[in-house]
Design a protein around this ligand. Sequence first.
Ligand code: ADP
Ligand code: GLC
Length: 477
Amino acid sequence: MKILIVASEAIPFVKTGGLADVMGTLIREIRNLKVDARLALPLYRGIKDRFDLNDTGHEITVPVGNKNYTAKIFSYKDSVFFIECNEFFDREELYGTSEGDYPDNAHRFIFFSRAVLEACDALGFKPDVLHCNDWQTGLIPLYVKSIYKKSFSKTATVMTIHNLGYQGIFPASAMLLTGLDMELFTPKTIEFYGQINLLKAGITTADFVTTVSTNYAKEILSEQYGFGLDGVLRHRAHDITGIINGIDYKEWNPAEDDLIPAKFDVRDITGKAKCKSYLVKECSFKNRKAPLVGMVGRLSSQKGIDIFMGVIDRIFSYGVNVIILGKGEEAIHKELRGIAKKYPDCLSLNIGYDETFAHRVYAGSDMLLIPSKYEPCGLTQMIAMRYGTVPVARATGGIADTVEDYNHLSGKGTGFLFTEYSSSALEECLKRAICVYTDETKWKKIVINCMRQRFSWEKSAKEYVALYRKLVRKVTG
Ligand code: ADP
Ligand code: GLC
């Protein structure tokens, strides 16, 4: 069985968020199961300088609208191939700047989706399953069922939704770029309120749809979480399943992490206190003993920054220190900068993407605040737990599947959860956590509970492989 996973980012090559972690780790885990899985990615700026890529010598021609683009195919260790087209991918960022998306994103990812299929032909690699991820690859299942039907008649397609909040919606005129028959511009396929919607195309035409947690697989069928596609998803409800992400336990390991000032493990957590002292000094907090609340993530409306900012004064009235590490929308940066000026002694604002610092925040914080409006899976709560940092989070999507709310009577639990999306619910929850924090014995028990959790990839990778096998049987009849 040959599998091709297609995505717009993957570690160790390029990353803006959890999608990259998941793609990079999933491919490795599936290959560990002795399945021939490969990964296709765009060749972004800088990858060639950092990795020893092999020029396959293959060149492909990819029509987009009325223009033909030439692309080169590079490979890395025979398991990853890259599509090079500098006009589209030799840029500072992946999808856009903090001011907004690149205006030619339709062009870029229509090109990429089609290029992947052309590259399969050129390389003579005919996958049994094409596993597509998020809107950037949503056109592939539709291409496989239309323009590329003949050459991929025995290929099954899987569409994985990592985030329904991003769908790749473009003006109807972008239909001309796809080269698809205008007859396909219907609500049943790609049309979405008069525009085209690339993720919708994937959802309506893939042989199977998955998402990244069991709870999110249910949530997206509702109007509240469906982002306008809940009807389409309900229609396909029998072909949708949730497979929870894992984290890479080698990369995230406090016992062997060279990026943190002191190592520790579940048998001896004294190193964690050292990590905290170091971090508190690094951030110049005045009160060095206060509970330390970390936040790591993309600064987008998804992450619930608004309900956090809505209650900021009250949060600081409880005497906590807060570290924020994130990058995203300019409007959020601006507002946070204003708040940081007001609280120089207890708020450390770090706008930017910094992997090393992220390790230190996970290791040194007491709690990780994740007030997400929605969270398909979420990796930060799992990483935090691995480092004995207790999640204080909204019980949505994968967070509800992976964090158990602390039970005061039984002492069971791995975090503090709230349900209502509001500043007051967040405040109550954080207050509850801070109260328990003052009881050292109880808190230590939660920390240990967290560190004992295992969200490893092994089980989930096996679920993907079982799904691939099922689909291959179906397609080959
Ligand atoms: P999402 O995919 O929605 O961004 P996840 O929780 O699934 O959220 O994954 C986020 C990943 O990106 C985690 O590995 C987290 O550590 C990392 N990350 C997010 N923002 C930053 C940042 N500013 N610096 C370093 N790492 C970050
Ligand atoms: C998305 C989601 C996040 C998920 C990640 C990887 O970007 O926002 O919840 O963990 O994809 O699947």
